[in-house]
Design a protein around this ligand. Structure first.
Ligand SMILES: Nc1ncnc2c1ncn2[C@@H]1O[C@H](COP(=O)(O)OP(=O)(O)OP(=O)(O)O)[C@@H](O)[C@H]1O
Ligand SMILES: [Mg+2]
Length: 213
C-alpha cells in the first residue's frame, strides 16, 4: 500500500533520506520513529507526493508517484491520502467548519452531508463547539484537532499523520487513538510519525520503522 524502494531525497546540502526502503501492506498501521531531523516528515511528504524523490521508487495506493507531475499528484492526494501536517497547515482566516470541509469542496457531496460528516468528526475530537470560530484564534491543540478532522473527512484509504499528538493532552490522545483504531478496523492504512511513547506503546502499530540506524 505504501512502498518505498531505495528512495533518496537530496536537498542542496542535506540528504535526509538515502536508499530508504519500507513496505507497509494495505490495512497495516506503521509508526515512523527516529530523532528530530532524521527524515520522518520528508518520508510523509514523499508518500503524499507533495515532493518527489531524487531517486528511487514510491508506490502508494497502487500508484507510482515518484515522477508524478503536479497536476496528477494533486488528484492522487485528493483520492488517496489524508495528511495531518506537523504544522497543521490550516487556513487561519477560515472557521473550524470551513477548514474541516475544505477537502470536500471539489466533490459533489451535498453541503448538508458535508456538515454532518464534519460535525461527527468535530464531536469525536471535542471541537464541535468551535465550529464557527476562526481557526487562527484557536489553541494549538484545537488547531491540531482541526487538522486531524480535515485529514479524515474524505475517508482516505491512506492516512499520514505527522506527530498528531504533539499538542494533545492524555485524554485527547486517547480519543485520537480510538479514532485511529477505527480507521484500522475499517482496513485502511496508517503511517504515523511520532515521538509519543503513549502512541508507540498503545499497541496500535503493526510495525515500527526507524529512520536512523
Ligand atoms: N525543503 C527543505 N529544504 C532543505 N532541507 C530540508 C527541507 N525539508 C527538510 N529538510 C532537511 O531534511 C532533514 C530532515 O527533516 P525532516 O523534517 O524530515 O525531519 P523529521 O524527522 O521530521 O524531524 P522532526 O522530528 O524534528 O519533525 C533536516 O535536516 C531538514 O533540515
Ligand atoms: Mg517532522
Amino acid at each position: 500500500m505504501i512502498k518505498f524502494t531505495s528512495v533518496t531525497k537530496k536537498y542542496k546540502d542535506v540528504t535526509p533520506l538515502e536508499n530508504f526502503s519500507m513496505d507497509i501492506a494495505a490495512g497495516e498501521t506503521a509508526i515512523l520513529s527516529g530523532r528530530s531531523g532524521s527524515g520522518k516528515t520528508t518520508i510523509l511528504a514523499l508518500a503524499a507526493a507533495l515532493t518527489r524523490p531524487t531517486s528511487g521508487n514510491i508506490e502508494v495506493n497502487s500508484k507510482q508517484t515518484a515522477k508524478l507531475p503536479e497536476e496528477f499528484a494533486s488528484l492522487f492526494r485528493r483520492e488517496s491520502v489524508g495528511i495531518i501536517f506537523q504544522n497543521y497547515n490550516l487556513m487561519p482566516n477560515l472557521t473550524t467548519l470551513d477548514n474541516v470541509t475544505l477537502p470536500l469542496l471539489p466533490t459533489k457531496i451535498p453541503f448538508r452531508q458535508q456538515r454532518e460528516r464534519a460535525f461527527a468528526l468535530m464531536e469525536k475530537l471535542g471541537i464541535a463547539d468551535k465550529a464557527k470560530t476562526i481557526a487562527g484564534r484557536l489553541s494549538g491543540g484545537e488547531q491540531q484537532r482541526i487538522a486531524i478532522a480535515r485529514a479524515l473527512i474524505n475517508n482516505p484509504p491512506v492516512v499520514l499523520a505527522d506527530e498528531p499528538t504533539s499538542n494533545l493532552d492524555a485524554k485527547l490522545t486517547e480519543n485520537l487513538l480510538e479514532i485511529f483504531a477505527g480507521i484500522k478496523a475499517e482496513g485502511r492504512t496508517l503511517l504515523i510519525a511520532t515521538h509519543d511513547k503513549v502512541v508507540t506503546e498503545s499497541g496500535i502499530a503493526d510495525k515500527i520503522i526507524r529512520t536512523e540506524l
